[in-house]
Design a protein. Sequence first.
Length: 117
Amino acid sequence: MKLSEAIRLGSMMKPQCFGLMHDDGATCAFGAALDAIGKLHECYSEEPQEWHDTGAFIAECPQCHDTMRYVDQYKANTLAHLNDTHRWTREQIADWVSTIEAQTEQPATEQPVEVRS
């Protein structure tokens, strides 16, 4: 499941919260994604491997153009920044993530067509 899809799915499961990954039955954008894949309580400081290569976690903020960087042992990530600082909805964040995913997707390779005489 793509990160953008997981954020969208998770955002339908619980209301949005700010400042924490999950709190009192609510989730942030990243928490929603983890909740959608059943890993909300398993993964806190690192994104699951299937989302590692999207680049969305360390991308430049599309609103203030700040570049996310590592802080101590925890990753300060763009998803948390958009959720907590700019108060984007999780759906807006998922839309933005999908643009990052589109940039990193491998183009589909065409299969050779066998021509018979």
